[in-house]
Structure formats: C-alpha cells, structure tokens
Ligand binder design. Structure first.
Ligand SMILES: Cc1cc2nc3c(=O)[nH]c(=O)nc-3n(C[C@H](O)[C@H](O)[C@H](O)COP(=O)(O)O)c2cc1C
Length: 349
C-alpha cells in the first residue's frame, strides 16, 4: 500500500537531485533523523506486506531486504532507516581511526543510466564513534552489521591489525561483521582478495572471532564482501578458501571498476566504483557463480543494481539468501522495498 512517504519520494528526489550529490545525502540523512525523533517518520512509515521471517547466519531477519554499506557510514541513522522498511542495516565502512576520505567532489549521479559513481574513500568517524552510535539506537529491532575496513595509511601488510582492532571493538554491539575487501577507493585494498591473502585474513579473523565468542558468550558471524570484477578462476579459488576457512557469509557484490556501460556519459570516466543499473547483471552472475562453487552452506547477501523487484527475485533465484539496496534506494526510494516484498511474497523463492 502506498503511503505519503512513498508517494512523495519522486518529488523529494527531484529537489534533492538539484543539489550536489553528497550535500543531498547529508541533508536527507539529517532530515530522516529529525523526522524519526519527532515521531513523524513512524506515522508515515510504509506498510509492508506480511512475510515469513528468515534465519540466516544464525540471525533472524523479518524479510530479506536490507540496507547496503556506505549509506549510513556512521551508524547514526539506523532508527530512521529502519522506519523506511529495511529488515537489516549494514553500517560503515568503519576503520579503526577516523578519516576524511578523498577530496570532494567524490560522488556523481548518472541518472540516464540509473547509476552512481563514487570514490568516497571510507570517510568515517572511526570505530569507537561507530560503536557508540550503534549502541545509542532506540527502536530498530533488526540485525545491524558492522562493515569494517582498513585505514588508508595502513599498509596492506598490516591490514589484519586494522581488521582485528575493528572486529574487537564492534563485537559487543554488532549482529554481524562484514569484512570489506572490495572497495575500489582505498588503494591496494582489492589485493586482499587474492586467495592467499584472503585465506590468511579469514583464518586470523575466525580465530579471533572464536575467542571473542567465548569471552562475550555469543557468536557474531563474519562475512566477507567481494567485488564484481572477478574472473571465474578467481571465484573458484576464493570459494575454496571460504569453504575451507568456514566463512559465515558472503556479500556479493561491491561496486564495479568496469565503466564501459557508461562510457558515453560525460561523467562516465570519473574515477571510482560504479553502482546501480549497469551492475545488475554482472552482480547476479557473480552471485550465481559463487553459489555454484560454495554449495548451499554459506549464506550469500546479494547486492548490486537491484533497481526493481525483478532484479531482487533474480538474485534470490541465483542463490542469494538476503538482499541489500543502495543505488536503487536512491533512485526509487522506500517504494522499492515494498515493491520487492510484494513480488517476493508471491514468488516461489
Ligand atoms: C556512495 C556509495 C558509498 C559506498 N560506500 C561503501 C562502503 O563504505 N563500504 C562498502 O562495503 N560498500 C560501499 N558501497 C557499495 C554498496 O554497499 C554496494 O555494494 C554497491 O553500491 C552495489 O549496490 P547498488 O548497485 O545497489 O548500489 C558504496 C556505494 C555507494 C554508491
């Protein structure tokens, strides 16, 4: 059922799209927080169709649609975003120490392609602030994931230390931790997706996770987030590493560095990662390839170019257990969640 919020989104979007993309982003999140704390947002909240809850990574999800990392980097807008209908929210990427990210402008809209290009570079307030923000949430009942990364100044040889610092800090408040190996905007980060580097990281993080589990009396699943720009052989090798290492979940995919699809656009050669409609098919193919290699046991969170309900269903059919939105949510607003769930309740996935 459409609500004031879903109906007014196209108009709101037309105003926001007149502003610089990053300014519009901050303004929207501030507006959402304000509307939530005044109680207005809960009254305008979209009505979602009843769905059966999903168990995944040992956690309960009200439905399969969550928010992807990068929109609430600080973890200070969880309650408001929850009101819009997300079943789970992944905050971050958060690094051990605060960092300002790349110089602006660093976020670009390509409306003709329903796409974004970003080279934000992990602008974030640091893990301590992230933990404080998440601890301060009031209403959101769903799982909150912490997407963690390394600081830009940390060399890859010491990346593990950064991930361990962030894992330890996030553990008491996170429902799951997502290890980001796939942002194209931190130089060299994607090198950590090499099978040997990934295996070392996974082994060390799982070991630390086991210790933290006995210390805190609860297990926080660890997921790895991968890029869409992987060759079949690389997917096979990584899948072997993930199976052997007992990975709890895979998030596929991050943005792509392949910008052929937007080559004719004036902003098409901006440096950074491309998201939205040009990523839909590639991301679904990567999910299908991982599902084939991983077997049934490792859950996959499917993300990348979900712009309409059909895209979501195709990702579930390709083997995703849960879904995440970012760019589609910017272009379509909260109506996209409703649309997906309406189709999902009728689909046999
Ligand atoms: C502006 C922007 C910032 C992002 N920041 C992050 C981030 O900090 N960490 C991360 O893992 N992914 C980040 N992402 C990637 C998204 O989480 C998602 O994987 C990707 O955009 C593909 O999904 P989409 O096509 O639905 O946007 C970002 C994406 C965008 C558009």
């Amino acid at each position: 059922m459409a609500t004031v919020l879903t109906q007014s989104y196209p108009f709101l979007k037309s105003l926001l799209f007149k502003l610089d993309a990053e300014k519009a982003h901050h303004l929207s999140l501030a507006g959402l927080r304000q509307a939530e704390s005044s109680g207005l947002l809960a009254k305008l909240a979209p009505k979602l169709p009843p769905t059966r809850p999903i168990e995944c990574m040992g956690l309960q999800f009200a439905h399969p649609v969550g928010l992807a990392a990068g929109l609430d980097k600080e973890g200070n807008t969880i309650d408001a975003l929850g009101c819009l209908g997300f079943a789970f929210i992944e905050i971050g990427t958060i690094t051990p120490r605060p960092q300002s990210g790349n110089p602006q402008p660093r976020l670009f809209r390509l409306p003709e392609h329903e796409a974004l290009i970003n080279r934000m570079g992990f602008n974030n307030p640091g893990i301590e602030k992230g933990v404080a923000n998440v601890s301060g949430r009031q209403h959101f009942p769903g799982p909150v994931g912490f997407n963690i990364g390394k600081n830009k100044v940390t060399p890859n040889e010491q990346a593990l230390d950064d991930y361990l610092i962030a894992l330890r800090a996030a553990y008491p408040v996170a429902d799951y931790v997502a290890v980001n190996l796939s942002s194209p905007n931190t130089p060299g980060l994607r090198d950590l997706q090499g099978p040997e580097a990934t295996a070392r990281l996974l082994e060390a993080l799982k070991k630390e996770g086991n210790q933290l589990a006995s210390q805190h009396g609860r297990k926080v699943p660890i997921a790895f987030k991968v890029a869409p720009d992987l060759e079949p052989e690389h997917i096979r090798e990584l899948s072997r590493v993930f199976r052997d290492g007992g990975l709890d979940g895979l998030i596929a995919t991050n943005t792509t560095i392949d910008k052929q699809a937007v080559g004719s656009h004036p902003l098409g050669d901006e440096q950074g990662g491309l998201s939205g409609a040009p990523l839909t098919t590639r991301s679904t193919e990567v999910i299908a390839a991982f599902r084939q290699e991983l077997g049934k046991d490792i859950p996959i969170i499917g993300v990348g170019g979900i712009m309409q309900a059909d895209d979501a269903i195709k990702k579930l059919e390709a083997g995703a257990n849960l879904l995440q939105l970012y760019t589609g949510f910017i272009y379509r607003g909260p109506a996209l969640i409703q649309e997906i769930l309406n189709k999902y309740t009728k689909a046999a996935v």
